[in-house]
Design a protein. Structure first.
Length: 674
């Protein structure tokens, strides 16, 4: 579906001597700007991105395009345009912030002009370039090197001088057709669960064998430790292990087409989450519009879509199950806690225990959300002062996972103004990077969770402040967010991806860096829309989160899964790299401009390699620098997305052909061969 609008330009006749020349001016704001991609907000037509008059360094402009980095708009010129001129600059509306952005113009993928980095208050800079012979123009705003925050960027007085009858068409590369690379799982049984699972002695055990293949299917398990049983029909293992120890279990699955076995190592000990969490979280899909009914339907869809057969098994409720301080919706307002300080759920969650019982009956786990501050980011009741009661409630209700989000805790450090929690803002980051103060609230909840009679995987959400990856383990956490919130834009995914390497050495079984949830499928934080990432960008996103050993939390509406999204989320070879028992995080081993090569060591001695192209031009090369990647000798190269061996090469003297689209990836596994 190429979304496009054609503007046919009426030609004005200009007489020059005796020759009639057709020439016309087309303003950028006359084109369909709605197809632009940008980091935040909607394209402003003759307004700033916030809908205000276009203003640069005190000067107001009537015409132009108000956008937000990272921004791109593509225009088909078909060689008919002579010239483009404009003024560019940062809009004054973000006073008090520190934006920086660079305006760039590309013609047929070659850079024609750049503004250099521009800051707030810089006078509008003129551009006037010839476009003779150019077929496709791209107007870009990059983040100026300091992240895309507050980069409100304006192209003003922007216009084209065209030849007679020229058609200018803006188009949206995101709308390019999705393409499926992975073959559908076959009818024979195949067990896709991770090879290792951790539990604390005495905690309720719940493990659903993930297996694809035709149904009906029956399940069995050999050498299960005492206290555990498997349900032959569902493949759900339950019970308790009361002693510490390592148990080598053999799982089997059988259907009319055959049978299969796979080893599972159960580690009964101190560590849980021995592989990254895989599941779904309500936030990116529903935002504050979440309800028990919606998460229940998500659980049903997880099972019905078959996602559960590939290892997806957590259903996590994010913000807004509690009462809200200022919610307009009456269902959010009420008494927040009972007389003993135990938190009350809002009317959209009338029966938490019933809800988790339902998830558990499907072999799924349940997750919940809170803040160490008095308020969550969305203004709901947080845990401050009631940590003990909250930890007990989560356990009593049957939760298996807690996301604990800084939000208002800075207000606590500031001394709860007027000693009144109500005066504390829901977002206050002060002190978050200060180890003396910023660790304490997380450790407090971590200790409480560990004392509960069930395993509760603990996820810290404080956006990476104070290098959380260095101390998260001491706070008894299993995973921690490393960055700010993700959105479904290329700039967001790229910036988050590029920020992961520093935390990588701290990833290990039971300790995972969390670059935030997945933004594929229908997302929208309550305003549903298809992810704005291009298909190539989505392949890159999932490949990187796989090689990062990131917790994989789907953020889309599971009732609206399309074939493309399902294919992205059910490739067992891509998932197996993420769930590999060695628990290493892939890191960049080589950068060639914006082309980065990530390598992750796997338990069986093979290596996963993501050839990730963050640039806007395709990468086409014969690659032979294998030494840089730590790869040597004869190798079988397997394409993980296509699930097929694509080459056998001697890496000491042969090369590998790479052809990777802009913002795309080749995700391979290198297996040593004789
Ligand atoms: C923060 C978190 C998000 C989400 C919201 C809920 O922004 O980073 O992931 O939990 O709060 O309000």
């Amino acid at each position: 579906m190429l979304k496009q609008k054609i503007l046919v330009i009426g030609a004005a006749l200009l007489l020059s001597g005796n020759i009639a020349k057709a020439q016309s001016t087309v303003w950028l704001d006359q084109l369909d700007l709605s197809v632009a991609t940008q980091g935040h907000g909607k394209p402003g037509i003759n307004t700033s991105v916030d809908g205000k008059p276009l203003t640069i360094a005190g000067e107001v402009f009537k015409r132009g395009f108000g956008t937000h980095a990272e921004s791109s708009i593509l225009i088909k010129l078909n060689g008919k345009v002579k010239n483009f001129s404009a003024l560019v600059g940062i809009d004054d509306e973000i006073k008090g912030q520190n934006p920086a952005a660079e305006f760039e113009i590309y013609g047929d993928n070659k850079k024609l002009w750049s503004s250099g980095v521009m800051k707030l208050g810089d006078k509008a800079k003129p551009v006037n370039i010839s476009l003779q012979g150019v077929n496709q123009l791209e107007l870009v705003v990059t983040d100026g090197g300091n992240g895309p925050y507050y980069d409100h960027a304006n192209w003003v007085n922007a216009k084209f001088e065209t030849a007679d009858g020229a058609k200018l068409v803006t188009f949206n590369p995101i709308a390019s057709e999705p393409y499926i690379l992975t073959p559908k799982p076959g009818p024979k049984p195949k067990i896709n669960s991770a090879t290792v699972y951790g539990v604390r002695p005495g905690s309720p055990f719940l493990f659903r064998v993930a297996a694809s293949g035709e149904r009906p299917m029956t399940f069995s398990a050999k050498n299960l430790p005492q206290g555990l049983t498997i349900d032959a029909q569902t493949g759900i293992i339950t019970g308790n292990i009361n002693t510490k120890g390592t148990y080598e279990v053999v799982l089997s699955a059988k259907n009319a087409k055959g049978s299969v076995s796979k080893k599972l190592k159960i580690e009964s000990g101190d560590k849980i989450a021995l592989t990254p969490t895989m599941g779904w979280n309500s936030w990116n899909a529903f935002g504050h519009e979440v309800s028990a009914d919606k998460v229940k339907r998500a659980a049903d869809a997880l099972v019905k879509s078959g996602l559960v057969n590939h290892g997806w098994n957590y259903i996590n409720i994010d913000d807004s199950w509690q009462f809200n301080r200022d919610g307009k919706d009456p269902s959010y307002q009420g008494k927040m806690r009972d007389e003993n300080g135990y938190i009350l759920t809002n009317s959209k969650f009338p029966d938490m225990k019933g809800l988790t019982d339902y998830f558990h009956s499907l072999g799924l786990k349940a997750g919940i959300y809170s803040s160490p501050g008095p308020w969550t980011c969305g203004g709901c009741a947080g845990s401050y002062g009631y940590e003990k009661q909250d930890a007990e409630s989560y356990a009593k209700w049957g939760f298996d996972y807690l996301k604990y989000d800084w939000c208002s805790y800075g207000g606590v450090l500031d001394g709860l103004p007027y000693n009144d929690a109500n005066k504390v803002s829901s977002l206050n980051f002060s002190g978050g990077g200060d180890l003396d103060k910023g660790v304490k609230p997380f450790k407090l909840m971590g200790d409480l969770l560990k004392n509960q009679p069930r395993d509760i995987v603990y996820n810290l959400c404080q956006y990476g402040m104070g290098d959380v990856w260095k101390w998260g383990d001491n706070a008894n956490a299993e995973s921690w967010r490393t960055t700010n919130d993700i959105t479904d834009t290329w700039a967001s995914v790229k910036n988050i991806a590029l920020a992961q390497d520093k935390a990588a050495p701290y990833a290990k079984p039971g300790n995972w860096n969390d670059p935030d949830m997945l933004v594929v499928g229908v997302v929208g934080w309550g305003n549903p829309h298809q992810s704005k990432l291009k298909p190539d960008e989505q392949y890159l996103h999932i490949s990187l989160w796989s090689i990062f050993s990131a917790p994989l939390l789907i953020g889309c509406d599971l009732e609206k899964l399309d074939d493309f999204t399902l294919n992205l989320l059910t490739n067992d070879e891509v998932i197996a790299v993420n769930q590999d028992a060695l628990g290493k995080q892939g890191v960049v081993k080589q950068s060639i401009g914006e082309f980065r090569i990530y390598v992750k060591d796997l338990e069986d001695g093979s290596k996963a390699v993501a050839f990730a192209n963050f640039g806007r031009e395709k990468v086409n090369m014969s690659y032979k620098d294998f030494k840089q990647l730590g790869i040597s000798g004869k190798q079988t190269v397997r394409d993980l997305w296509r699930q097929k061996d694509i080459a056998k090469i001697n890496t000491s003297n042969q090369s590998l052909a790479l052809d990777i689209p802009a913002h795309g990836v080749a995700y391979y596994k290198f297996i040593s061969t004789k």
